[in-house]
Design a protein around this ligand. Structure first.
Ligand SMILES: O=P(O)(O)OC[C@H]1O[C@H](O)[C@H](O)[C@@H](O)[C@@H]1O
Ligand SMILES: [Fe+2]
Length: 187
C-alpha cells in the first residue's frame, strides 16, 4: 500500500482514480418516498431518473476508505430526492461528510429517537457520531456533491430505516425546504 493523492471534482463528484461506483435510480428507492403513485408516474414519464451516484476509493488492507456521493436535484410530490439512509452495522463507528457543492440537509436519528439536522452547504464538514442513522437530502436546484470518509468495517444496516422510516421528512413548502413529522413513521 502506497500513499496517493486522489483528485476529487467538487462539482461533478468525479474521483480520479476511483475504484468503484454505483448509481441509484428513482425506481430503486420506491419504498422511502411518501407518494409512490407519483414516483411511479415520474419513473414512467422521465425514464427512471438517477437520484444519486456513489464513487469510492478503497485500498485492500486499509482501515479507512472515502469517496463522493453526488445527488441530483429533484422531488417526488414536494419531497426532495434523498439517499436510502442507514445505521452502520458497527455501532462504534461514525463517519464524516464534507460538502463540496450544492445544498442539502443531513438528517440524523439516534437509536433513542432523537433527531438532528445538519445543513450541508459548501465547506461544512459534518460529524456523524457512531450509532446515528444518517440520510442526505438534496434541497437545492443543483447537484449536491459531498466527500465521505469512513472505516471499511462500518458496514450498512438499512433494515430499520427501510422498515420504520425516519421520524422526519424534508419537503418543499412554498419554495422553502421544511422539516416535518413523517406521517408514515411506524415505531
Ligand atoms: O447507502 P445510502 O444510505 O443509500 O447512502 C449513500 C451513500 O452515502 C454516503 O456516501 C455514505 O458514505 C455511503 O456509505 C452511502 O452508501
Ligand atoms: Fe454511513
Amino acid at each position: 500500500m502506497l500513499p496517493e493523492g486522489v483528485l476529487i471534482n467538487g462539482l461533478t463528484g468525479e474521483v480520479s482514480p476511483g475504484t468503484g461506483k454505483y448509481t441509484k435510480r428513482l425506481s430503486e428507492l420506491r419504498e422511502i418516498f411518501q407518494d409512490q403513485t407519483e414516483l411511479d408516474r415520474l419513473v414512467e414519464v422521465e425514464g427512471d431518473p438517477v437520484v444519486y451516484e456513489v464513487i469510492e476509493y478503497r485500498k485492500e488492507g486499509s482501515d479507512l476508505f472515502f469517496g463522493t456521493t453526488t445527488m441530483e436535484p429533484g422531488k417526488v410530490s414536494g419531497e426532495f430526492f434523498m439517499t436510502r439512509g442507514h445505521f452502520h452495522q458497527r455501532r462504534d463507528m461514525g463517519e464524516v461528510y464534507y460538502t463540496q457543492s450544492g445544498h442539502g440537509v443531513l438528517l440524523l436519528e439516534s437509536r433513542k429517537g432523537e433527531t438532528k439536522v445538519v445543513r450541508m452547504d459548501p465547506g461544512v464538514c459534518a460529524f456523524i457520531p457512531p450509532d446515528w442513522a444518517h440520510r442526505s437530502i438534496n434541497v437545492g436546484s443543483e447537484k449536491l456533491v459531498f466527500v465521505w470518509v469512513c472505516n471499511v468495517d462500518a458496514g450498512h444496516d438499512y433494515g430499520d430505516i427501510l422498515k420504520h422510516g425516519m421520524r422526519k421528512i424534508v419537503v418543499d413548502r412554498d419554495g422553502k425546504d421544511t422539516i416535518m413529522n413523517n406521517p408514515h413513521y411506524s415505531s
